[in-house]
Design a protein around this ligand. Sequence first.
Ligand code: PAF
Length: 282
Amino acid sequence: MSGSLPIARDVQALRSAITAWRAAGLKVGLVPTMGALHEGHLSLVRTAKERCDWVIASLFVNPRQFAPHEDFERYPRDEAGDAALLAGAGCDLLYAPERSVMYPAGFATNVIVSDVSTPLEGEFRPHFFGGVATVVTKLLLQGLPDTAFFGEKDYQQLLVIKRMARDLDIPVAIQGCPTVREHDGLAMSSRNAYLSAAERNVAARLNHIMHDTIKAVRAGEPIAEAEAEATRHLIAAGFSSVDYVSIRDAETLAPIADLSAPTRILAAAWLGKTRLIDNMAV
Ligand code: PAF
């Protein structure tokens, strides 16, 4: 227990809670997280609570989705603080497995989703979606909730998880939920905590420049030119480097020539040692 929130530490404890709720005819929602919770996560819990009778949040900082040079070690961890926030948002159970529960000795399986995993984040973080797909497959199969809730902030991740659940016939509905933003438009992210005060002042420009880019392409500017201009504006605003600003088909993430199909703008840019991502419908 943490405050009033019960905690399951292994698959058996998770399943026995879910089996009891299911037997009572209740709908179960799952919100997978890596902790360091903010309002974006809590809005997922609240949405899950509106749509399901019981809500589980998982907390597991998944080593497989970090490359060796990335921030696994310094990723913020505060289970007690997270548990209190979850309880306040209406969560009914925290599932916080140890690493040995998720990856017991001899673990040898990787879930690789090709196609939608390949561009954008897949180019810059080639280890990432294999780690995400593997851990989310496990979380979904461990609990078999009715619905799992993910933020659109990680838009490509959401598409990968939808494809994975469909391809593997995992009987869990995957629900995307809108990005939650700070007052100045910065998408909420656990990694925003890494930003210095000076970097935080620059960070919201990512969102503003993406809005300007949407306006420009809607007004007829060629897509490649608008993407290049956005990159120049980000560097001028103070970003250290830009991995991509890209306007893509919203379902497949394929490059597009015009805006005739549903379209998404996606971007990743660095402020010092912190990498920010964001996306919006065009
Ligand atoms: O979006 C996240 O926080 C993580 O990628 C997820 C989905 C919890 C898997 O570790």
